[in-house]
Design a protein around this ligand. Structure first.
Ligand code: SF4
Length: 359
């Protein structure tokens, strides 16, 4: 008979821990100690917490698990970017990427196994959605990073596998956990949710005052083009997306939205595209990350030439928009945006290609 899997201790936030202390009739100060031990220092030896009540220790040991996912692959690129493939308790594999930059480590977190959004230029999309990840599983990715690096990353971007706002409840809990003052205490500016444009969920972020930053994967400046490369646009067209982006910037006056723009040769890389993007970026006060497409087998898109990429960026810069070309770190290990879970997804992409050739 299988032993039942215990819930992860990493699913407990401060309020949950306070409630457990209350039910066990121990001081809530011990909830703070657990937060500090596990989520601030990444240490799991609860038995070594000074003056820790035996009944709380026993309860946590009996009812929760401190298990972390196994790392089944750790690929390191020349630029020191590391792609970690982790196996979750149900044998589903999830990738997380550690990206070093100057004096700060950034971790790119996955929020789902696969993705249902179906952006045409995205390798992750090819296998569809398997399931959402829980807040505990996102926290586990961060704790595995701590085990790997010896310290916590100071920047978190939710740009791995999945659409974070499609898994709102768990992502919101995770965001509140990593920004909590007793936990890693990350600044909300250093935790970024990237969305393909789930308009109602952006309104919800506003209503909930979620302590994080927002990036929008825009990728096109007309409905005609966006409909072709991002099916989500048929449900939430550009005008609705731009309206909520304006509200977001207006309501949270100190907040900015980062615009991400995957540059696809012959699709969205003309000077007219650049002009419309300029207008959008200036109206929102947004910075633009230009991400030249990373080709993968079976994709119908290609990367624009370096001249086109430079022209596009220079046009925006000359027009007063801060636009940066992001050459994806770790390209040789497919750690770029929209290229996670490569091995499985590449097989799915190949199958799709074969089917389209035979039909
Ligand atoms: S780009 Fe992001 S939202 Fe779009 S399919 Fe890929 S993982 Fe999903």
């Amino acid at each position: 008979m299988h032993k039942p899997i215990k819930p992860s201790l990493f699913s407990l936030d401060y309020q949950d821990l306070i409630q457990i202390c209350d039910e066990l009739d121990v001081s809530p100060v011990h909830a703070k100690k657990v937060m500090g031990k596990v989520f601030r220092y990444g240490a799991f030896d609860l038995e070594n917490i000074p003056d820790f009540p035996k009944k709380l220790l026993h309860w946590l040991q009996e009812n929760t698990s401190l298990d972390l996912p196994e790392i089944i692959a750790n690929q390191q690129a020349e630029d020191s970017t590391q792609k970690l493939l982790m196996r979750m308790a149900d044998n589903k594999d999830v990738e997380s990427v550690l990206i070093p930059a100057e004096n700060r480590m950034t971790q790119c977190i996955s929020s789902q196994v696969g993705c249902a959004i179906g952006c045409e230029f995205c390798l992750t999309a090819t296998a569809g959605l398997t399931r959402n990840l829980t807040a505990a599983e996102m926290m586990q990715q961060v704790l595995v990073a701590h085990r790997t690096l010896g310290y916590f990353p100071r920047n978190i971007v939710m740009m791995g596998m999945g659409e974070p706002l499609h898994n709102y409840e768990h992502v919101a809990k995770f965001v509140r956990m990593v920004t909590h003052e007793l936990s890693m205490a990350l600044s909300p500016r250093r935790v970024t949710i990237s969305t393909a444009g789930l308009v109602p969920a952006i309104y919800r972020m506003l209503d909930d005052d979620l302590p994080c930053s927002l990036a929008v994967s825009l990728n096109a400046t007309t409905n005609e083009v966006r409909n072709k490369i991002m099916p989500i646009n048929q449900k939430y067209p550009l005008e609705d997306l731009l309206e909520v982006m304006k509200k977001y910037v207006g309501q949270r006056s100190k907040k900015r939205i980062l615009i991400e723009y995957v540059l696809l040769a012959g699709i969205n890389d003309t000077m007219d595209d650049a002009k419309r993007l300029r207008d959008i970026a200036l109206s929102l006060g947004s910075t633009v990350n230009i991400l030249p497409f990373n080709p993968f087998m079976g994709s119908r898109f290609t990367r624009p030439s370096d001249e086109v990429i430079d022209m596009f960026r220079n046009y925006l810069n000359d027009a007063g928009v801060v636009a940066v070309v992001r050459i994806s770190k770790g390209r040789e290990i497919s750690a770029a945006c929209g290229q996670l879970k490569t091995e499985v997804n590449q097989r799915a992409a190949n199958l799709k290609l074969q089917r389209s050739k035979t039909s």
